[in-house]
Design a protein around this ligand. Structure first.
Ligand code: ARG
Length: 461
């Protein structure tokens, strides 16, 4: 038997079409335990305000505890006539506490301040879970970076060979954005940790409730400053959703590299059998499906964010029913990462890099040309000229189908007399990476510091 929350001024029940449209229990039921926690805090608030006797409070809390248990065990579930999680749980409470006592809980609160509070509670819990799973991805990257030691690979810009870099440097370049995502979640939590409970429908409540005490009960640091804002704002949801979208993008970018590195042409890595898939027709295939799903799901979680932002745009204050549409986008992001993150961290932890292949390619594509130019600069040649001279070296090599280190002393002298035989000393990948010893550079000493820093960051959380 379903209940309506607003029988008084209506002559009849809602049309079936309205009931079908209105129902949100199929997605908001996951908030049930938060709703019950809110109800317990609210009941204590009512008792403090003298609106429930101690005996009534005990009865109410007992009924809520039983309801909580029945929700957890699946004994109590929403029915087809329950509009949303709040309505369903009110029915559950009335069934357990009786109409007289159960009917007292709704005083001094509205579904508007309830839902605004529940979504924050839920997202704050999920942020911790997702942050933890993202840290596993970072840990996998850091371990791979440590295992790579001082191995080198081609560093690229525009997908072209640019300058050699340490493999560890490249891997850690994917770890730092993820650590910033964790920082974002922690910073976001400061804004999410204010409770809208007590805002009522929009204007606050008249029943002398103590929102601060309820906020404390529910794990919040404080109370929202403005009851209209408390019930109408969803920027904390949108900001959470942006962080999810950014995590999707960061996972997608490492995935794209893994997909390319896993090709025959690159041959940089082998995925573990347990983290790759085969083909139903081509027996030789081993596909990077996890990386592709990560790349694909990034599009999906970006869509969740843009859909939510579009919903919020143009909404007048305070509560509008449009706001019910704030949940599915973030729930979808959370569910997506729940399964995606463990797969990505497993894939990265178990992939085997071919350091020999990467090292072989590191100096190719004239990736040491900048080193020639900078060597000339150290001899006092202006960089504009040095760039030209090094460019001539590349052109000569290209014409003759050789690499820069194949140029003989007289070839060099013919290009420019300032290219003395000493230049050969820097025409090695080792010389090139060692030279990039400024802060954040790819010199092994700097990369080791970076690795230590990344590990420290990991352990800080
Ligand atoms: N199910 C609603 C939501 O998710 C709860 C608030 C409903 N409030 C209202 N006045 N209809 O936003």
């Amino acid at each position: 038997e379903s209940i309506a929350l607003w029988g008084g001024r209506f002559a009849g029940g809602p049309a079936d079409a309205l009931t079908e449209l209105s129902r949100s229990t199929q997605f908001d039921w996951r908030l049930a335990k938060y709703d019950i926690a809110g109800s317990r805090a609210h009941a204590r608030g009512l008792a403090k305000a003298g609106l429930l006797t101690n005996e009534e409070l005990d009865g109410m809390l007992d009924a809520l505890t039983r309801l909580d248990g029945d929700v957890a065990s699946g004994t109590f579930v929403p029915g087809p006539g329950d509009e949303d999680v709040h309505t369903a749980l009110e029915r559950g409470l009335l069934e357990r506490a009786g109409d007289h006592l159960g009917g007292k809980l709704r005083a001094g609160r509205s579904r508007n301040d309830q839902i605004a509070t529940l979504i924050r509670m839920y997202l704050r819990d999920e942020a911790r879970i997702i942050g933890g799973k993202l840290l596993d991805v970072v840990a996998a990257l850091v371990d791979q970076a440590a295992a790579a030691g001082d191995s080198v690979m081609p560093g690229r810009t525009h997908m072209q060979h640019a300058q050699p870099v340490l493999v560890a440097h490249q891997l850690l370049a994917h770890a730092w954005p993820m650590l910033r995502d964790i920082d974002r979640l922690i910073d976001w939590d400061k804004r999410a940790s204010l409770s809208p409970y007590g805002s009522g429908a929009l204007a606050g409540n008249t029943l002398n409730m103590d929102p601060q005490a309820i906020a404390g009960d529910l794990g919040f640091a404080g109370v929202t400053e403005n009851s209209i804002d408390g019930t109408a704002a969803r920027d904390t949801t949108a900001e959470f959703s942006f962080i999810m979208a950014q995590i999707g993008i960061d996972l997608s970018r490492i995935s794209e590299e893994i997909i390319i590195w896993n090709t025959k042409e690159f041959g940089y890595l082998m995925l573990d059998d347990s983290f790759s898939t085969g083909s139903s027709i081509m027996p030789q295939k081993k596909n990077p499906d996890i990386a592709e799903l990560a790349r694909g799901k990034a599009g999906r979680v970006i869509g969740d964010l843009t859909g939510l932002l579009a919903t919020l745009k143009g909404l007048p204050l305070a509560y509008d029913r449009d706001l019910q549409e704030d949940k599915e986008p973030v729930f979808d992001q959370i569910d997506t990462f729940d399964v995606l993150l463990p797969a990505v961290s497993g894939m990265i932890a178990t992939m085997r890099l071919d350091y020999g292949r990467m090292a072989e390619l590191a100096p190719q594509g004239f990736s040491l040309a900048t080193d020639i130019a900078e060597w000339l600069v150290r001899q006092g040649v202006p960089f504009r000229e040095a760039h030209e001279i090094s460019g001539s070296c590349v052109r000569t090599c290209e014409d003759r189908g050789i690499e820069l280190w194949d140029l003989a002393d007289d070839d060099l002298a013919a290009i420019d007399p300032r290219l003395t035989p000493d230049v050969h000393e820097i025409l090695s990948v080792e010389g090139s990476v060692n030279a990039r010893s400024g802060a954040g550079g790819t010199a092994p000493a700097r990369v080791h510091e970076q690795l230590v820093g990344a590990r420290e960051s990991l352990h800080r959380y």
